[in-house]
Design a binder for this molecule. Structure first.
Ligand code: GDP
Ligand code: IMO
Ligand code: MG
Length: 433
């Protein structure tokens, strides 16, 4: 009964989508378990580029069923748009294939408006959210007043609940934030229509996954965001409002922990972050520009959802070890190794310094990262273009040394090394299986 889980080991955008695309080949179900359309997973298959926000990346594999789990928050407007785009690209998005948990929560324009005014009110200490209404939707969930996909099964009652929710939010928007009210009646009507269109997709995901696992079929859980953005274990308060780490998969899909087989941590060969918050190894200047790119290539470090330039820096092995601790990764997938080609030297953060003291483990948890100065291990870089390499042993010695250092520092084997965004640009190390 294997459940394999793919999780971001950093601050998101590690390349989870394309790792899922590869691992989905023999999966019966690929299931997203957390977050919403704050996610942007880009998968390149030949001439086609898929930019996914809510639908799991497994959708590109025609034999796989895709599932949106109960731990998610779903904006019906973007979901229906994404379905339309995928449909136009020839992807089957029929209710036979796409199933959505009745327990997932609904994002409305009121949540988006709250996200906007709350970020603006934070001023200089804003979190840099994606403004998709993610936080406010999870707040409603925890406050036990959220709207769920299940409520859509009766479109009229749902529309009435949406109207009341927008009216209530209008009180907050106008009185607390001195902002314009939203048109409750229009939104309510639109959401009645969304409900009718999404009804055929709503399902009991926990049972669907359990049935599949009972038949010994492979289920693949696709994380969004990453460990350091986790509400419980990330760089709070600069986090998202869901649980991208391993427990989020168990909880967000409603599956027993005994089913878990592989827990794949996806890490870039360097570190990136979009939005505010501590980032000990952050770089500026020419190395940063080399890591980020200019925006010319689809893989350059600019947000898929917001287009914002991502902050970049050297790989942080202290944070990677922390991600291993929190998730229990059984293996790592290393992405974007090709981007390091030509850099001299390449560095890995192996510890932190504060005053005269050096730590190789997080000293006081993630909250105090700001005051720490990174301690680097410098390694010799490589000049060769590695994008056409297909076997580990054909990588330059210096690249292999870099990989070995990450394995030693994290204590976890690297089973996949990616040297470009295409499917065939993933080198799978079968010897570690
Ligand atoms: P996700 O959110 O974790 O799925 O990652 P994103 O899709 O937001 O960001 C990763 C970006 O890097 C995408 O544009 C991928 O196509 C691209 N990418 C993934 N792996 C590699 C790689 O090994 N090399 C290069 N050059 N690009 C990659
Ligand atoms: P994928 O799935 C990178 C960041 C935002 C912000 C913080 C909170 O593509 O890896 P939110 O809108 O969630 O309340 O914003 O989290 N963030 C991401 N950063 N990749 C993501 O998703 C992200 N989803 C949210 O930039 O700092
Ligand atoms: Mg992304």
């Amino acid at each position: 009964m294997p459940l394999d889980i793919v999780i971001g080991a950093q601050w998101g955008d590690e390349g989870k989508g394309r790792i899922v695309d590869v691992l989905a080949r023999d999966a019966q179900i690929v299931a997203r378990y957390n977050g919403g359309d704050n996610a942007g997973h880009t998968v390149t298959v030949g001439p086609q580029t898929f930019r996914l926000h809510l639908i799991p990346s497994g959708v590109i594999n025609p034999d796989t069923k895709v599932v949106l789990g109960g731990g998610m928050v779903i904006n019906p407007e973007t979901l229906l748009q994404e379905m339309e785009t995928l449909g136009a690209m020839g992807v089957d998005i029929s209710p036979k294939r796409v199933r959505i948990s009745y327990a997932a929560h609904v994002i409305t324009p009121a949540h988006k408006a709250l996200d906007r005014v709350q970020e603006a009110a934070r001023g200089k200490v804003s979190l840099g959210t994606t403004l998709r209404g993610i936080g406010p939707a999870y707040v409603d969930k925890v406050a036990r007043r959220g709207l769920r996909l299940r409520d859509m099964l009766d479109a009229d009652t749902f529309a009435e609940a949406v109207r009341a929710h927008v009216q209530n939010t209008n009180e907050i928007l106008t009185q607390l934030y001195k902002s314009e009210p939203l048109p409750a009646e229009t939104i309510s009507k639109t959401f009645r229509d969304y409900a009718r269109r999404l009804q055929p997709y709503i399902d009991d995901i926990s049972s669907l996954v359990a049935d599949s696992l009972a038949k010994d079929q492979k289920v693949l859980a696709e994380g969004a965001q990453g460990t350091l953005l986790d509400l419980e274990h990330g760089t709070y308060p600069y986090v998202t409002s869901s649980i991208p780490t391993v427990a989020g998969a168990i909880c967000g899909l409603g599956v027993g922990v005994g089913a878990v087989r592989r827990v794949v941590g996806v890490t870039k060969a360097f570190q990136t972050r979009v939005g505010a918050g501590p980032f000990p190894t952050e770089l500026n200047g020419s190395t940063a520009m080399a890591l980020r790119g200019t925006g010319e290539n689809p893989w350059d470090e600019f947000g898929t959802t917001t287009g914002r330039p991502r902050r970049v820096g050297w790989l942080d092995a202290v944070l990677l070890r922390y991600a291993v601790q929190v998730n229990g990764f059984t293996e790592l997938a290393l992405t974007k190794l090709d981007i390091l080609s030509g850099l001299q030297p390449v560095c890995i953060c192996i510890g932190y310094r504060r005053g005269g003291e050096v730590f190789n483990k997080l000293p006081f948890g993630l909250a105090n990262l700001e005051s720490l100065e990174p301690v680097y291990k410098q390694l010799t870089g490589w000049k060769d273009d590695i994008r056409s390499v297909r076997r580990l042993k054909d990588l330059p010695d210096q690249a292999l040394e870099y990989i070995e250092h990450i394995e030693t520092l994290s204590g976890v084997p690297i089973r996949m090394v990616s040297v470009g965004p295409e499917r065939e640009q993933i080198i799978i190390d079968e010897s570690t299986q």
